[in-house]
Design a protein around this ligand. Sequence first.
Ligand SMILES: [Zn+2]
Length: 289
Amino acid sequence: MKKSILLIALIVLLLILGCNSKSKKTTSTEQELPQNPIIQKIAELKASGYEIVDYHAHLKGGLTMEELLKHSKKTGIDYGVAFNAGVGFPITNDSTLLANYNQYKDYPVLMAMQAEGREWVNMFSKENISTFDYVFTDAMTWTDTKGRRMRLWMPEEVFVDDKDDFMDQLVGKIVGVIENEPIDLYVNATFLPDILQAEYDALWTKDRMDKVINASVTNNIAIEINARYKIPSATFIKRAKAAGVKFSMGTNNTGKELGTLDYAIEMIDECGLEPADFFKPVKKEVQRK
Ligand SMILES: [Zn+2]
């Protein structure tokens, strides 16, 4: 009798121990699995031949290169880190441009120059510009026909007297940037100021889209799909893809949060984008002195 009680007690004890060790094992395995579905999606896309690169990241809001690389490891996203150069930015001449380049060039990221305003073309030497892996700009800073310099992301600096006239001027500026400035990418593409954003689909008519798309194809300039502003629209992207435009993915973070390119990743399926539809910077290693 005593023996059988002891045996039962032993079995119960073993069962309890077994359950405990099992539940501990399950917990540690779960912690190692990627919890975020977008991170799983990124891994799947990479396995099918897509290069998942955020070509428009900034070291802003105190974000360090080390933190960026940690995020890259966690998400599987590779990075192009962009340095803003132009009037009103920390980089305004060749020496500050190169000092910045040299400070970060040895990290395992692509080095990008984000050119600001329209004046940048005459502020830096061609040779120094070409030191970077790629160069991009947007058309968010320009002067209208009445001489008003606008920064479209600042509501108090935006002047819209007539919506169609504003749009035609904006499209003219974008086409000018694509045709005349030595860039690889046009970013924050199709951005509209706050006051017009609700009318995006109506204001970006087929004719206006095609002007930007044709300039991009003719000049071999890629167009960014921006995750922060969720632009361009799927309609624009499909139209641009059909015309042969190449795309880049970008975040344009203003703070430490880099995110996971959600909108751009979403557009891959929605617009049927294939690996060959994406921009790739020409490797510059061989050209560097
Ligand atoms: Zn930027």
